[in-house]
Design a protein around this ligand. Structure first.
Ligand SMILES: [Zn+2]
Length: 320
């Protein structure tokens, strides 16, 4: 595969799924169906699971069993429940924001009050997948926060899938930053093939909940406060759901062909890979733009301390 006169061979492809809707039961059915499709096509993926979801999955041992065949990543303890990561770390004192993150990410969070109630979070994920390494993280809405990520590093996270630093994995402060994913809902297989010729690493992201729900499962939290009770969202029509899964099936078939013809490298778990990473040139402005997008667009919230936390994390004292 030719790119500006040089051959780019065999990009690594990572299929990822964000597992977070603990309110609408049909999202669990969607995960079940996806796992069966992956099995049928001999494809492996990373499933980023929230603490709330880990608690929910306790009642679904067969799904846990199927998930164990894949890599399990972490997707925060409580996702869109207020205070969210970018809200509770939005304080000037970096060290304090780090400590709050550390406390919350090992806790069960009450989804209505947002208060800490006993153990949970990454511990809940580790408990249901005992024996599996949980070392990858994706921030909800890609809105990571520097003191929060440093707290997760303390809790064993080594790979981040939320930060737009480079279009290939790069290492900084002992954390490997993967590039942002492609959203398959908005791209065609034709453009996916183009991406394959251009990149060393391709990440594809799916939301099982969005394949069966008409709205985002967490839209009841978008107003900026938690709802007074947990409310489900409207389902998609059966026809629409069928089309979405048919599309996923095509994609998996396509990936299978690419694997077999050695055009892409088959998925190897990130936690067991030896990645060669070069140091990257960090474009703080770009990192910040993506970081602040989710709070601004979804929650109409403008974090005030993100700038200074970013400067602190990347050890820059100047403004940009
Ligand atoms: Zn998410």
């Amino acid at each position: 595969l030719l790119k500006s006169g040089r051959l780019l061979l065999k990009p690594k492809l990572y299929l990822t799924f964000d597992v977070e809707d603990f309110i609408n039961d049909r999202s669990i059915e969607a995960i079940d169906y996806i796992l069966r499709l992956l099995n049928k096509h001999h494809q492996k993926a990373i499933f980023f699971v929230t603490g709330h979801m880990a608690e929910k999955l306790q009642d679904f041992p067969i799904i846990i069993q199927m998930l164990r065949k894949h890599e399990i990543g972490y997707h925060s303890t409580s996702h869109s429940v207020h205070p969210t990561i970018f809200e509770y770390t939005d304080i000037k004192d970096y060290q304090r924001a780090y400590q709050i993150s550390l406390d919350r990410e090992v806790a069960h969070i009450n989804p209505l009050s947002g208060a800490i109630e006993g153990r949970g979070g990454i511990e809940a994920v580790r408990n249901i997948f005992s024996g599996k390494k949980i070392e990858s993280f994706r921030a909800p809405g890609f809105s990571w926060s520097p003191p929060h990520l440093e707290a997760l590093k303390q809790l064993g996270i080594k790979y981040d899938f939320s930060t737009a630093i480079a279009d290939r994995p790069v290492k900084y402060k002992e954390i490997t930053f993967f590039p942002l994913p492609l959203f398959i809902d908005s791209i065609l297989i034709r453009s996916l093939f183009y991406e394959i010729t251009q990149r060393e690493v391709i990440i594809i992201d799916f939301h099982p909940n969005y394949m069966v729900n008409k709205d985002w499962w967490d839209s009841t939290f978008f107003a900026g406060s938690n709802p007074s009770r947990l409310v489900g969202v409207t389902p998609r029509s059966m026809d629409c759901v069928k089309r979405k899964f048919l599309r996923l099936n095509w994609l998996l078939e396509f990936l299978d062909i690419l694997n077999k013809s050695k055009i892409i490298k088959p998925f190897g778990e990130v936690v067991h890979s030896k990645l060669e990473c070069e140091p990257a040139k960090i474009d703080l402005e770009k990192v910040y733009r993506i970081l602040a997008k989710w709070p601004k667009e979804q929650f109409n919230y403008e974090p005030r301390s993100l700038h200074s936390h970013l400067l602190h994390f990347f050890e820059r004292s100047n403004s940009w």
